[in-house]
Design a protein around this ligand. Sequence first.
Ligand code: GDP
Length: 202
Amino acid sequence: MKIQSAVFEVSSPNLELCPRLALPEFAFIGRSNVGKSSLINMLTGKMNLAKVSDLPGKTRLMNFFIINRNWRLVDLPGYGYAHVAKAERADFNEAVADYLRGRENLAGVFVLVDSRHELHAIDLDFISWLAENEIQFAVIFTKIDKLSASQVQSSMTRFKQTALTDLSPVPTIFASSARTKIGRNDILSHVTKMLKFHQYPI
Ligand code: GDP
């Protein structure tokens, strides 16, 4: 897929205020600092589309971008912010849960995981929650430029054995780097495939 346009549409604090349906959506979510903004910028080829911020908790709204005028990329607020008050955290988790469970035009979910780190309990909790709610997803390993090829492989194997064993179908895992652009074509091809699968025009 060639990205011809990527335009910010709106930010929403809850499901009710999300933009009207019509376009299929692909949501991106992960722990704060996982590299989500960098990945979104890399995928869209727009370096400032999602603000890269070192300040955890800065993006706490659901951000909608229209891509090629025929699908939306949705930047969901990350989970696991150390600096956000508990009440506020719950609020946003609730909004994300509502979105993931209730958004009719949701065509795909990408869960981002930092390839360098051991899996965090919060990632496992989130993946279990998706499974319980029968929400299918793919996984994106981020920042693989920091690891050797064999480290990436063993990290992926460990992840499959720990987090994905009981899932059917087993989610696809993509390895990516915002620095080297590895993974870009595979992730965008997956989006194309899902658009076809859901019979949306491409
Ligand atoms: P977000 O909080 O999930 O949106 O994460 P950011 O995109 O802001 O990235 C968090 C930090 O990781 C920043 O310092 C980025 O420069 C760094 N980072 C993000 N992606 C990559 C990557 O692919 N490779 C490397 N080496 N660093 C990355």
